[in-house]
Design a binder for this molecule. Structure first.
Ligand code: IPD
Ligand code: CA
Length: 272
């Protein structure tokens, strides 16, 4: 997989350059006033669809903006799962926290992930069984105990009926852990867990393109990540829980279970 990882890194870096250099960006919204899409999202996704599907002929492709192409129902067929810009609201507002996220998923699991933060010149990457890297240097999660965790989270900005659940989880974690960050790009936040800068993560809901690449990176860095089923499914939207290790993941599962019992309006079924 190393040769493929290097080729995907080159493609992600070229996509990041488009994010940095694009002029006269057209901004639109989709669904809700908080959910932006720009001409740059569309341009990068078109570039990635072409480059990645020709890198692996026969592969399927799922992108945030233009949907799925190829036979995504066949579990043996590898599928690229791509967010051209994760952190589009940051991009629109000039907050320098947006990444390109590229995963290769097979049978619901991520087998390769690349997350490119062009403004920081950071490229996170991993392939299953081969470790996780930031600009070529190996990554490992932290060993912090729950009292010393930095939590990354968000409050369901595109579907605020789940905000009560998210604030409830935040309140519990804020009382026990050190502090909370909401950076506005789930993929990068999960990479911060892989790097050992942050330690716990919760969000309801994320789409596969938000978390699949970083899930591969985090697992290869020694971290844990699950979706609603209690396992990891990179083919459907889900709540996402992640931690620097199994002990803190169990702690987070309990916090989420108890908050869900208090928030039936969130309408989330879990298998853990
Ligand atoms: C969003 C970001 C944000 C998270 C949202 C995602 P987008 O992705 O990752 O941090 O809170 O749930 O949808 O819309 O910028 O691609
Ligand atoms: Ca996006």
């Amino acid at each position: 997989m190393d040769g493929l990882r290097q080729k995907v890194i080159a493609i992600a870096e070229a996509a990041g350059d488009i994010m940095l250099t694009e002029q006269d960006v057209h901004v639109d919204t989709k669904g809700t006033k908080e959910n932006y899409v720009t001409s740059t999202d569309l341009k990068i996704e078109r570039f990635l669809r072409k480059e990645l599907t020709s890198l692996l002929p026969g592969s399927a492709f799922m992108g945030e903006e233009d949907g799925t192409s190829g036979d995504s129902a066949d579990p043996d067929r590898p599928m690229w799962v791509v967010d051209p810009i994760d952190g589009t609201a940051n991009y629109v507002r000039g907050i320098p926290m947006s990444v390109v996220s590229i995963a290769l998923v097979k049978g619901c699991k991520p087998i390769l992930g690349v997350v490119r933060h062009p403004r920081l010149d950071e490229t996170f990457s991993a392939a299953e069984g081969e470790g996780a890297f930031l600009n070529g240097k190996p990554l490992h999660v932290s060993e912090r105990t729950r009292e010393h965790c930095m939590v990354c989270t968000a409050w369901s900005c595109y579907n605020k009926t789940r905000a009560g659940l998210c604030f409830d989880v935040s309140q519990t974690l804020y009382g026990i852990c050190e502090d909370i960050r909401r950076i506005g790009t789930a993929a990068y936040e999960l990479c911060l867990l892989a790097k050992g800068s942050c330690d716990l993560y919760f969000e309801a809901f994320l789409a596969p393109w938000d978390f699949s690449a970083a899930a591969c990176i985090l697992r290869e860095a020694g971290g844990c990540i699950i979706t609603s089923s209690g396992d990891l499914d990179c083919t459907r939207p889900s709540i996402v829980l992640a931690a620097n290790g199994t002990g803190n993941l169990e702690f987070l599962k309990n916090v989420v279970r108890e908050a869900l019992a208090r928030h039936p309006e969130a309408k989330i079924n879990i298998g853990f």
